[in-house]
Design a protein around this ligand. Structure first.
Ligand code: PLP
Length: 416
């Protein structure tokens, strides 16, 4: 399988004539299509809502597109709550799934009427002191034991900092009820970037069985279950994408097998997908500044890990296309690097690519989620602009590039 950018060389040349590289470019059509697929896959569940994980891409223009497609927003911090508010989300359209949460953040979530998803049993008293226990509340579950799907280990939740243990869920529900909570939700997030249709159904089974157990133990009927994020995307050309319709169908089977016979057939489902919804619909566009040939060959870009951290942080694969050389033979092997004074600032290591020269335009794929969002200012590097390719083909600047003035803004009023 070849992986092609959603823009052509000619389109890129026109864009770059007005907007210098590097920049992240997003594809509105793709975003809307995926949002519709997700909503269709869970359309069988009345009240289902996808709460887009704002951390994956906090651009308000993109949040507004997702809101128009019927999505909510999943936030984890005060500023993410403010962003969701600014993008037009309110009340139950906002999920607040935070951990190690400051009281100020809880107060803001309460003020917005967001659904608060507690990460820990200790947060019950903390939230009560911070502003009170709302009528609707959610608790995050950590099953502890290794989470496996057909014998392949997905992740080890016992090593994860998140969530309540099972006994803590029982105690927490009873305490929350005593403090006035009436509507309960259950949440878990047990694996990241999964490329199997079996993850959500396996997670759903864990959560559904826990809801049945909680009903028996506490008399409380969970009203909503949040499957969170974790459905992955094919970063590599040889990988097969998840089939979201099939995932929705498989979750429905488990729902009918576990929840319905237990009298919990009214449970509303939600998700907090970030990567799956936006990942494939963004790319980082950069220019080759230098080709270098020492013990290895290097292509040095005007973008760096400060624009896309995933390869440096997780050795994550991002596919790279040299614009206009989509079908050229891959005769060379390059490390594709940024300019940070850190040797891990490499978008690709030993990557077969067509021969490149200075001035070539490089498209780094699948940066729509956890791309610009993870940007930082190391080495005085500035965060790039973000552009949106509209459904009608028009281009919109949805975030300008940072300038040195932005970099110095936090020093204003401080004697240097
Ligand atoms: C990061 C995160 C998500 C989104 O995860 P993806 O891998 O982008 O789907 C959803 N919910 C919570 C609580 C998260 O921390």
């Amino acid at each position: 399988m070849t992986k092609r950018p959603f823009v052509t060389k000619q389109q890129l040349d026109e864009i770059i004539a007005e907007h210098p590289t590097p920049f992240h470019l997003y594809n509105e059509r793709g975003i809307r299509e995926t949002a519709r697929q997700v909503n269709a896959a869970f359309g069988w569940n009345p009240g289902y809502m996808e709460y887009f994980a704002v951390k994956a891409n906090p651009n308000p223009a993109l949040l507004r597109i997702l809101k128009a497609e019927g999505c909510g927003a999943d936030c984890a911090s005060l500023t993410e709550l403010m962003l969701a508010e600014a993008a037009g989300f309110s009340g139950r359209e906002i999920m607040f799934s935070s951990n190690a949460t400051p009281a100020e953040d809880f107060r803001y979530a309460l003020k917005l009427g967001a659904v608060i998803n507690l990460d820990d049993i200790g947060h019950i008293d903390f939230l009560e002191k911070a502003g009170g226990i709302p009528k609707t509340i959610c608790c995050r579950y950590n099953p502890g034991a290794a989470f496996a799907i057909s014998n392949s280990l997905m992740d080890n939740p016992a090593e994860a900092k998140y969530g309540f243990t099972r006994p803590q869920l029982r105690e927490g529900f009873l305490r929350l009820k005593a403090k006035g909570a009436e509507h309960f939700g259950l949440h878990a997030f047990l694996a990241s970037n999964t490329l199997t249709n079996a993850y959500y159904p396996a997670l759903a089974r864990t959560l559904f069985e826990t809801a049945v157990w909680l009903k028996a133990e506490t008399g409380t009927e969970v009203e909503f279950i949040d499957l969170a994020g974790g459905i992955g995307i094919p970063y590599r050309p040889e990988e097969t994408p998840c089939d979201i319709m099939e995932i929705g169908r498989l979750v429905r089977e488990v729902y009918e097998e576990v929840l319905v016979p237990a009298g919990l057939g009214g449970v509303t489902l939600c998700s907090e997908l970030g990567r799956f919804v936006l990942g494939p619909h963004g790319c980082l566009v950069a220019t080759v500044l230098h080709i270098k040939d020492i013990y290895k060959k290097y292509a040095g870009l005007d973008a760096c890990a400060a624009n896309l951290m995933r390869p440096a942080l997780y050795k994550a694969y991002h596919h790279i296309t040299v614009a206009g050389k989509e079908d050229a033979p891959q005769t060379e092997v390059y490390d594709v690097t940024g300019g940070l004074c850190e040797n891990n600032d490499k978008f690709a290591v030993d990557r077969p690519l067509p021969e490149m020269e200075a001035g070539d335009i490089v498209v780094i794929h699948d940066t729509g989620a956890h791309g610009h969002a993870m940007g930082y200012n190391y080495n005085g590097k500035l965060r790039s602009a973000e552009l949106l390719l509209g459904e009608d083909g028009t281009l919109r600047l949805i975030r300008r590039a940072e300038t040195p003035e932005d970099y110095f803004a936090t020093l204003r009023g401080i004697s240097l």
